[in-house]
Design a protein around this ligand. Structure first.
Ligand code: SF4
Ligand code: SF4
Length: 203
């Protein structure tokens, strides 16, 4: 195994960019988030067909928070077919994802996330994987690579880490756990511990 492989182990069929994952601290404080510079307005959110079905099932509940999902007594179509079984989520007139809403304290929240909490179902069964992972992202490859999205340090919730030690920030570890489960996260932490000579892999 060459040194490049050591920092790109494959766990459960996903290549982990360990140096990339260790290069950033992340903490969502959405009341500091400006509409023009929020992850929920900055990107086009792409979802799979399976994610589309899951979201459609909870739209009635999510619409209690994101009122713009309602259209008279029905619900509007807020998805665009992008081909190859991929769909994008529409934005509202402010350029914000239609599932976003303003809660108390000017916080910007996700009605899909809130619907999952209310309905006591796993967040990753409703919220798009791309949203759960951000500022991480899956990079198309064979196998797929879990890394950090480019240029995310322009957002106030992300800070570059200067230390070269491998370490998962708590916010990064949490995103990975919600997306792929605790067992997957533990495998990454063990891998990091082994590479660091048994020092802790998260904080
Ligand atoms: S993750 Fe960052 S950009 Fe996204 S809502 Fe939270 S504070 Fe805003
Ligand atoms: S689905 Fe939720 S987290 Fe994703 S962009 Fe829309 S509001 Fe933000």
């Amino acid at each position: 195994m060459n040194s490049q492989d050591v920092f790109f182990p494959i766990i459960d069929g996903i290549i982990l960019d360990l140096k990339g994952l260790s290069s950033i601290n992340h903490s969502c404080a959405s009341n500091n988030c400006k509409i023009s510079q929020c992850c929920c307005s900055h990107y086009e959110v792409l979802i799979s067909k399976a994610e589309l079905s899951n979201i459609i099932n909870v739209i009635p509940h999510a619409s209690q928070y994101s009122r713009n999902l309602r259209l008279d007594k029905d619900f509007g179509n807020v998805f665009e077919d992008e081909g190859r079984n991929t769909y994008s989520i529409d934005k509202n007139d402010n350029g914000f994802c239609v599932f976003g809403y303003k809660a108390k304290g000017r916080k910007v929240l996700c009605s899909l996330h809130q619907a999952a909490v209310d309905m006591k179902i796993p967040i990753n069964s409703v919220k798009p994987l791309a949203c759960i992972l951000w500022p991480l992202a899956l990079v198309e490859s064979e196998p797929i690579i879990l890394s950090v999205q480019e240029e995310v340090s322009i957002f106030p919730c992300n800070q570059d880490r200067t230390s070269s030690t491998l370490l998962l920030d708590r916010g990064i570890a949490q995103n990975i756990e919600i997306a792929f489960g605790g067992a997957f996260l533990n495998k990454i932490l063990k891998k990091i511990e082994a590479l660091n000579g048994n020092s802790r892999g998260s904080r």
